[in-house]
Design a protein around this ligand. Sequence first.
Ligand SMILES: NC(=O)c1ccc[n+]([C@@H]2O[C@H](COP(=O)([O-])OP(=O)(O)OC[C@H]3O[C@@H](n4cnc5c(N)ncnc54)[C@H](O)[C@@H]3O)[C@@H](O)[C@H]2O)c1
Length: 337
Amino acid sequence: MKSAIIGCGRIAHIHALALLANSDVQLIACADINKAKADDFADKYSLKPYASMGELINEEHPDVLHICTPHYLHADMAIEALRQGIHVFLEKPAAMDRLSFEKLMLAEQASQTQIGVCFQNRYNDSVVYLREKQQSGHFGKALGARCFVTWRRDADYYADEWHGRKALEGGGALINQAIHTMDLLVLLLGTPVDVQCSMHNRHLKDIIEVEDTVEAYIRFPTCNALFYASMAHCTDAPIFLEISYEKACVRLIGDELSIKYFDGTLQSLEKSEVVPLGKSYWGTSHRLCIEDFYQCVNQGRNFPITPDSIKPTMDLVYGCYEAAESNTTISPTQERT
Ligand SMILES: NC(=O)c1ccc[n+]([C@@H]2O[C@H](COP(=O)([O-])OP(=O)(O)OC[C@H]3O[C@@H](n4cnc5c(N)ncnc54)[C@H](O)[C@@H]3O)[C@@H](O)[C@H]2O)c1
């Protein structure tokens, strides 16, 4: 299959490395609005560089397009690629706001080609194991959860043209960084019932328009979750996600899973031996997620992480912003008029 990448920034390198390691894929081209970046990226991976998605599609018509651009471009670019009969592997967030997410879902439903969304942490060994055990009823009912995502993002991270700007990034700590952990929470606990949330800018006042800190109280069908994320920490600490079940307390710290059964047994799952392709907090599973997407496309199977399938996560993310802005409790999945 012929593939191409749009947006030759930080994360595009991880996609390129994953694609070059996949013998079913021929990575042929890249595009960036900053042509010098496209040229450098193309040199590094022996690709054809373009200055726009339109030019790339017209000239190359790839089978799969990887969208690694700023958030405000995701939905429109993905919809355009689908319209041209191209499969899309889309970086998170699938869309920056509710309206563009709805449009994306409609376009996907009407399309013969697939969209895969990059929630790579769903492929972490620890998460796969935890999910299987939970689904089999091994731990009993979930009684409560707590999550912490405490990383460091400084002014230099926000020095480019789009990070930190509400209209271009859609938000900060939540929609950009903590979205992965919120997605795992939804994956494990189900569609949220309602959410209360507050957002703050603790350490980058006058530098960014978006939140660097978010706190939420989320009601799920069987239990509640306490969620805290802040980009004002001194370092990128491993994420912490803990669920108390009837029979055990389960802790995910980074990629390491430990299970404390209430009969006194302790179990820990060793850290994945896969070496990360990029920064440690991006996790190790981009390659696995991308490989699975290509296998699904090749075999005509549905990839599990589509816009439709992640609607509960995205509803919760948008619901958190709405709850924080209105200072009310929001039912994230409730039909909007
Ligand atoms: N899954 C993960 O763990 C993970 C990690 C980091 C980033 N990301 C996501 O990847 C995406 C890109 O993030 P990044 O950190 O690489 O950003 P970046 O700013 O480093 O790269 C974005 C690139 O897109 C280019 N671009 C902007 N407008 C364009 C246009 N109209 N056409 C073509 N190119 C255009 C920019 O010039 C830039 O080179 C974001 O959605 C981000 O949230 C995901």
